[in-house]
Design a protein around this ligand. Structure first.
Ligand SMILES: Nc1nc2c(ncn2[C@@H]2O[C@H](COP(=O)(O)OP(=O)(O)OP(=O)(O)O)[C@@H](O)[C@H]2O)c(=O)[nH]1
Ligand SMILES: [Mg+2]
Length: 323
């Protein structure tokens, strides 16, 4: 059901398609309940009484959408086409409005993610983002998913900033039976990348997931470090890194916009992972980011369990926030 999600053609026994549509929609519904509740508070009053759409209605709607962390530009982008339809004499009743709003949201969200994993062997994926957003746990969850789809995986502990970061990835590696390439804390992250990619190439593995630091000692510049890691990766494997995924914590709110700008200066960002959707009423950030940057959301974190990192389904998302 997601064309961009690749499965390994040769190995993998059919897992009986885990992403059954209904199961996924339920997960989105559950994971996005806080955002839905927030929107409901604002929207219920607007939609509950059938009335004729007027200027005041638009103002109330605008306000309600902003409270779910959809930024003003994005709200206007959503509502302007609807205003035009009202002016043209269509959509005159509030009851027709919700479906039309969903359609507008889907237009913004309909960006097809790049193939996952990318079609290279080994495929090298950098997972980047500021500290604490969920990079390492997302790597574990992606590793779990890839293994289930029949791919062989390697983790690279290139967040050498803290000893605990290396240990955290190692623990996941043991649990998932995924090999981990690491060095001592404080080692040059690029050197770990170099060693990791060499190892993946030598062992003929399918996918390399590279964990990176969210902050560094003050004498380093995180962005310069990331660029260097990418250059080193490209020397070992031309074309690597094949995909850079930026992890954004959905609870951050509008600061996420700055984070995308910041990381995009260092690396081309091919997709977003929005974590902790389950813990926030600010799920509307998904719309803001895709609208402003036109970067697809690949995965969303809907809970803490391994299977809670799910491919982003725009339709399930829209239905979940606007029931
Ligand atoms: N509820 C929820 N918690 C999450 C999700 N993703 C990550 N977390 C939690 O967020 C916390 C931080 O996750 P990490 O993976 O360690 O974050 P990180 O980006 O690697 O952090 P640093 O290595 O410090 O930069 C952990 O407690 C995770 O369990 C999610 O989708 N939902
Ligand atoms: Mg980490």
């Amino acid at each position: 059901m997601f064309k961009w999600l690749r499965r390994k053609e040769d190995g993998a026994p059919d897992q009986g398609h885990k992403e059954e549509k209904k199961g996924l929609w339920d997960k989105f519904r559950q994971g996005l309940s806080k955002t839905r509740e927030r929107l409901k508070e604002g929207l219920e009053e607007i939609f509950v009484v059938e009335r004729t759409v007027d200027e005041a209605f638009f103002e109330e709607l605008e306000e309600a959408l902003i409270t779910a962390d959809i930024n003003l530009d994005t709200v206007r982008a959503l509502l302007t086409p609807l205003k035009v339809r009202v002016q043209q004499g269509e959509l005159l009743k509030t009851s027709q409005f919700k479906e039309a709003l969903k359609e507008e949201m889907l237009k913004i969200l309909a960006l097809e993610p790049p193939p996952f994993p990318p079609e290279a062997k080994p495929a090298v994926i950098f997972v980047v983002g500021v500290n604490g957003v969920g990079k390492t746990t997302s790597i574990a969850k992606l590793g779990f998913r890839l293994k289930n789809e029949g791919f062989t995986v390697l983790f690279v502990a290139a967040d050498t900033f803290r000893a605990a970061a290396i240990e955290q990835l190692e623990t996941w590696g043991k649990r998932l039976q995924v090999p981990v390439v690491k060095q001592h804390p404080g080692a040059d992250p690029s050197s770990v990348v170099f060693e990791g990619l060499k190892a993946a190439k030598a062992r003929g593995l399918d996918v390399v997931l590279v964990d990176t630091a969210g902050r560094l000692h003050t004498k380093y510049n995180l962005m310069e470090e990331l660029k260097k890691m990418a250059r080193v990766a490209g020397k070992v494997l031309p074309g690597a890194p094949h995909q850079n995924l930026l992890v954004i914590d959905a609870t951050t709110g509008q600061n996420a916009v700055n984070q995308v700008k910041y990381f995009r200066e260092a690396l081309p960002i091919n997709g977003l992972i929005l974590t902790k959707m389950d813990g926030t009423a600010k799920g509307g950030i998904a719309l803001t980011l895709t609208h402003l940057f036109k970067i697809p959301i690949c995965f969303v974190g809907l809970g803490e369990k391994l299977e809670d990192l799910q491919p982003f389904d725009p339709q399930a998302f829209v239905e979940a926030i606007l029931p």
